[in-house]
Design a protein around this ligand. Structure first.
Ligand code: CO
Length: 131
């Protein structure tokens, strides 16, 4: 069912997503995540993105993203550990990314998180493939 193969996650002018878990039906081929920033602050002050990686890769993706800086949306270019990534957005903006479910393995743990500086400790959650 195409309708189940997408979700919207939102954030505002605080370091928080509105959910800590995203369930993806295993029947989906692709899955689209839309990030909606419902706040008012510009991305230079309160930017958010949505990044998906293996739990084991998360810390390295974040530290490399910090070094990559704002002009790379805080994601290292061509980082093979990044399964999906949106750009950084500010208040009133939205952005989407579609990921290929075939890249995910059943026995791995996946996390989604914001790589904007200082945000990941509060802005992260679990990405679960649900039967
Ligand atoms: Co953020």
């Amino acid at each position: 069912m195409a309708q189940d193969c997408k979700t919207t996650i939102s954030a505002s002018d605080t370091m928080r997503y509105n959910t800590s878990t995203i369930h993806v039906p295993e029947t989906c081929d692709g899955f689209t995540v839309t990030l909606s920033h419902r706040g008012k602050l510009p991305k230079s002050v309160m930017g958010h993105n949505w990044i998906l990686a293996r739990k084991d890769d998360m810390q390295q993706v974040i530290s490399d993203g910090l070094r990559a800086g704002p002009h790379n949306n805080y994601v290292k270019p061509a980082d093979s550990r990044v399964i999906a990534a949106t750009s950084v957005i500010g208040g009133g903006e939205r952005t989407s990314v579609t990921l290929d479910i075939s890249r995910l393995e059943q026995n791995q743990e996946y996390r989604f998180f914001c790589t904007y500086p200082g945000h990941y400790s509060l802005m992260q959650g679990t990405f679960i493939i649900a039967a």
